[in-house]
Each structure stands twice: as structure tokens, then as C-alpha cells.
Ligand binder design. Structure first.
Ligand code: NAD
Ligand code: UDP
Length: 314
């Protein structure tokens, strides 16, 4: 297949590119590198199945020929970017996603949207199933991201209905692993970096809030299974192994053999509205994709620690 992969220079996007190129697909990665890194795809640049186009999806797309698949993973994703890149996030989810949908419609390509568990907001039901409509504050600090993704889902559904675009929507839950930017503020990479430096691990609040972390290798397998399936409604892709953030901090210290202390700090102002509990119900992914995650949090954290030791300036 020939695949346009927007956000292909990012964390998840570059792992997806690896997997697709390895199986013989041709990948054209489109990335502005607003949050991604060229080093994520440098090893692919000499591969005949890979091409990199540096471009912002919000601007009119260049002619790149016909594709079998258009995948949109292009959006800043760390809550630390929600303040500084709020408008860029909204534009990526609206006009950027629209440009990609139009490209897909024009060449009859299948479309994949990387949506998010954030469409559920600070969820009032637990675990979260796809039919839950969410609890989102549109004007709070997270609103730019949550509403951009909700709009992107709505726009994708509209292009499906009106223009016949064959679309897949992945609601991605917290995903971590090798190639995350260590300092982008997300929790697993922050804790790994702090533990390896011997710095205090900064738990926001009392650390009783939960998340359910999926290793990137499982996430990419889920995205490919969704892409290849016949199921055209949103599907949760995540790992239901739910932990408190305080437990995650202890696990990272233990896995790194670190002497770092754990400190509790006030939730930063820009993270107001931090969801209290998050865990995917992945029953639908199991039944329609035959997919479930394979990597435990402990195994994934250990792999990430090894990778950070070998590849990052600590
Ligand atoms: P990332 O920041 O590493 O990847 C996003 C990539 O998109 C980056 O390379 C960035 O430079 C690029 N990009 C952003 N805006 C762009 C634009 N306007 N034009 C072109 N390129 C642009 O983040 P990630 O964690 O790999 O996330 C990938 C996708 O998955 C995002 O859409 C994100 O919202 C979604 N997602 C991620 C998670 C997670 O836990 N990692 C959870 C839910 C959803
Ligand atoms: N968090 C934390 N310390 C940090 C970074 C994050 O305690 O240094 C917490 C944050 O408050 C949230 C959870 O970890 O409850 C996950 O944060 P992350 O930014 O990874 O993703 P989110 O799920 O909030 O989008």
C-alpha cells in the first residue's frame, strides 16, 4: 500500500512508519516537526519505501500522487503544549484534518484519524466505553485539545457520510515508549528522565489520579489492526492496566534502580482539569479487531529506561 502518514516524524507516527515500511508498504511522512524530531525517522531516510515531506498540514497540501491510505497522527499531544500551542492544536484538528480528508476523498483512500481518550474529558463513567459522550470543559486549559479531537471526529464522520470516505477512528489512550521526547512533560518520560538523573520525581497533587498506559508497540499493532478492519466507528486502543500516578513513580524508581525521592507538587495551573481516572474498556477492540495489548507496564518501562540510557542525553 502507499500511505500518507501525517505526523510520521513523531513518537507514535515514527513507530508506525517503521512497521509499515518493514512489511513493504510505501510511506510518505508529512511532518512540520513542531513537536516531533527528525532523529525519529533518520534511520528510514535511505529506505526506498520511505519519503519525508516537511510540511504543516494546516497549509494546502502539495501534490504527492495517489494513496491507498491517509493517516492523520499530526497534532501536538502533551498537556504541557496545550497552553503554548493551543491555536496550532485547534487548527491541526480542524483545517489540517480537513485538508487530509479532502486528499483522501480525491484519491479514494481509506482514512485513519488518531483521536484520543481526551474526547471523554474528566470521565464520569469508568472504565470508558466508546458510547460514553464525555465530560469536557470546552474553555478550560485542555479544551483546545479535547475539542480539536472531537471536531476532528465529527468532521471525519461528515466526510464519511457526505463524500463516502472510508474512515477509521482510533481513540488512543496514554501511550508511552522509546522516542518520546524526554522533556515534553508527559508523565512516563518525565519520571524516567528524573529517575535516571537522580532528580526528584514530581507527582502532581496526591498522586491518586489514575492512567492506563499502553506501550507504543501495542499501540501500533492496534492501529494497523483497525486500519485493516471493516469497522468504521471509533475504537478505544489502549492498555487497561490502570495505575495511580504515585504507584507509577514508585515503579519507575524501582525499575531504574534509582535513589530519586518522590515529591508531591501542586498541580500546575496549566493542567487545571486533570482527569481523575482514566481506563479504556477495550472489549470492542477485542471483538472487532482481535487485538489486545501484550506488553505489561513494568516490561515497557524497563525497555524505555534502557532506550533512554542508550539514546538520550540525560
Ligand atoms: P508527537 O508530538 O510525538 O507526534 C505528533 C507529530 O505530529 C509530531 O511529529 C509533530 O511535529 C507533528 N505535527 C503536529 N502538528 C502538525 C501539523 N500541523 N502539520 C504537520 N505535522 C504536525 O505525539 P504522539 O504522542 O506521537 O501523538 C501522535 C498522535 O496520537 C497525535 O495526533 C496525538 O493527539 C494522538 N494521541 C497520542 C496519545 C499518546 O499518549 N501518545 C494519546 C492520545 C492520542
Ligand atoms: N503528572 C505528574 N507529574 C508529571 C507529569 C504528569 O504527576 O511530571 C500526572 C498528570 O497530572 C496526570 C498524569 O500524570 O494526572 C498523566 O499526565 P500526562 O501529561 O502524561 O498525560 P494526560 O493523561 O494528562 O494527558
Amino acid at each position: 500500500m502507499r500511505i500518507l502518514l501525517a505526523g510520521g516524524g513523531g513518537f507514535i507516527g515514527s513507530h508506525l512508519a517503521d512497521r509499515l515500511v518493514a512489511r513493504g508498504d510505501e510511506v510518505v511522512a508529512v511532518d512540520s516537526f513542531v513537536t516531533g524530531r527528525r532523529s525519529n525517522v533518520r534511520h528510514l531516510e535511505d529506505s526506498p519505501g520511505f519519503q519525508l515531506v516537511e510540511h504543516d498540514i494546516v497549509d494546502a497540501l502539495p501534490a504527492m500522487g495517489a494513496f491507498d491510505v491517509v493517516a492523520n497522527l499530526a497534532s501536538p499531544a502533551s498537556p504541557d503544549d496545550f497552553a503554548s500551542l493551543s491555536i496550532e492544536i485547534l487548527e491541526a484538528g480542524s483545517s489540517g484534518n480537513g485538508n487530509l480528508l479532502n486528499y483522501a476523498a480525491d484519491c479514494g483512500a481509506r482514512f485513519l484519524l488518531a483521536s484520543t481518550s481526551e474526547v471523554y474529558g474528566d470521565a464520569l463513567v469508568h472504565p470508558q466505553k466508546e458510547d460514553y459522550r464525555g465530560n469536557v470543559d470546552p474553555t478550560g486549559p485542555r479544551g483546545c485539545y479535547d475539542e480539536a479531537k472531537r471536531f476532528a471526529e465529527a468532521m471525519t464522520a461528515a466526510y464519511s457520510r457526505r463524500k463516502g470516505v472510508n474512515a477509521r477512528v482510533a481513540r488512543i489512550f496514554n501511550t508511552y515508549g522509546e522516542r518520546m521526547v524526554p522533556s515534553d512533560g508527559r508523565v512516563v518520560n518525565s519520571f524516567v528522565l528524573q529517575a535516571l538523573r537522580g532528580d526528584p520525581l514530581t507527582v502532581f497533587g496526591d498522586g491518586s489520579q489514575t492512567r492506563s498506559f499502553c506501550h507504543v508497540s501495542d499501540q501500533v499493532a492496534g492501529l494497523i489492526a483497525l486500519l485493516e478492519s471493516d469497522y468504521d466507528k471509533p475504537v478505544n486502543i489502549g492498555n487497561p492496566e490502570e495505575v495511580t500516578i504515585a504507584d507509577l513513580a514508585r515503579m519507575v524508581i524501582d525499575a531504574a534502580g534509582s535513589k530519586s525521592p518522590i515529591v508531591h507538587v501542586d498541580l500546575p495551573e496549566k493542567r487545571t482539569g486533570d482527569p481523575g481516572r482514566r481506563c479504556p474498556d477495550i472489549g470492542l477492540a477485542g471483538s472487532v479487531l482481535g487485538w489486545e495489548p501484550q506488553v505489561s507496564l513494568r516490561e515497557g518501562v524497563a525497555a524505555m529506561i534502557t532506550y533512554f540510557r542508550n539514546h538520550e542525553h540525560l
